[in-house]
Ligand binder design. Structure first.
Ligand code: MN
Ligand code: MN
Length: 300
């Protein structure tokens, strides 16, 4: 077993908090709302319930598939008729759970969201220790296609770990030869992404980044960069963070240069925003599960 009883209990606590936050957030998202308000509401709910955000709340709209969180003072609003993915995570002593849902304000988007939920449900009902990654990918793809949609081929589920969102194993959302087996006792996030049948069905990196992560604590040129890096190391370790979470660490006039220094010295890295290659809308569903010999336990 990769985790002992105490560690599994921390995953359970993490998952229970995350589930409660997700259910509250489902009723919160509205057209014309500030994306910043969605991000802060989700992150504050996580803290209020005794957890810490494992990563910034992602609010990815329409063809934006993943990795958008509000930058400081973001004025972006939820467009009318849009499809909105809300992806959130909790960590308890570093033990990460990860979940997502889609709210759509158009009928096609609602169908895509239902297809993503059904693909997730199918994966959950079939996963167990010893099943191959190829089999899971095939199940997801077939389920999505039977509903008349297409899975995103280059976004995957993933194993999670302590202070790790991606702990090494990727779980495909499309069929293909992959004999690697799911392991009993491991914890995985399953997350099908669904788009329209005439879409390219993969995502490209956008130039914009809104989410960052520590790579390596190294010496800095400026004392301001040193202070910022120390804050990142202490508070987020190797987990992703948003610039919003750094406000107030340095005087406003010193912040930008210090942040740029950390990026250019590669002390921190940025995650590009992912956009569907043909700019078609995307829906997503996600749960974190603990694998058993017979099946899985949904933690979120
Ligand atoms: Mn997620
Ligand atoms: Mn995930």
């Amino acid at each position: 077993m990769p985790y002992d009883k105490e560690e599994i209990e921390k995953f359970h606590v993490s998952g229970r908090i995350l589930r409660a936050v997700r259910e509250e957030m489902k009723g919160f998202v509205r057209e014309n709302m500030l994306v910043l308000d969605i991000c802060e509401m989700a992150e504050n709910l996580i803290r209020r319930k005794g957890g810490k955000p494992a990563f910034p709340c992602n609010v990815s709209i329409n063809e934006v598939a993943a990795h958008y969180t509000s930058p400081p003072n973001d004025t972006l609003r939820v467009p009318e008729g849009s499809t909105v993915k809300v992806d959130i995570g909790v960590q308890i002593d570093g033990y990460v759970t990860d979940t997502a849902f889609t709210v759509s304000f158009n009928s096609e988007g609602k169908s895509m969201a239902a297809a993503a939920e059904l693909a997730l449900k199918t994966a959950i009902e079939n996963i167990h220790g010893d099943i191959t990654l190829g089999t899971i990918g095939n199940l997801i793809e077939v389920t999505v296609k039977n509903r008349g949609f297409k899975p995103i081929s280059n976004l995957t589920g993933h194993s999670v770990g302590r202070y790790l969102i991606h702990a090494g194993t990727s779980i495909p959302n499309v069929s293909g030869f992959n004999p690697t087996k799911i392991k009993t006792g491991e914890i995985y996030a399953l997350e099908p992404f669904v788009t329209l049948p005439d879409a390219v069905g993969r995502v490209d990196d956008q130039e914009q980044s809104t989410i960052y992560r520590l790579v390596k604590a190294k010496s800095t040129k400026s004392s301001e960069a040193k202070k910022l890096l120390k804050h990142i190391e202490t508070n987020f370790r190797t987990l992703p963070f948003a610039e919003r979470w750094l406000m107030g660490v340095l005087p406003a006039d010193k912040y930008k240069a210090a942040f740029r220094e950390l990026l250019s010295s590669k002390a921190i890295m940025s995650y590009p925003v992912f956009v569907e290659a043909s700019k078609k809308p995307v829906a997503q569903a996600e749960h974190t599960v603990l694998i058993t010999d017979e099946g899985c336990e949904v933690l979120t």
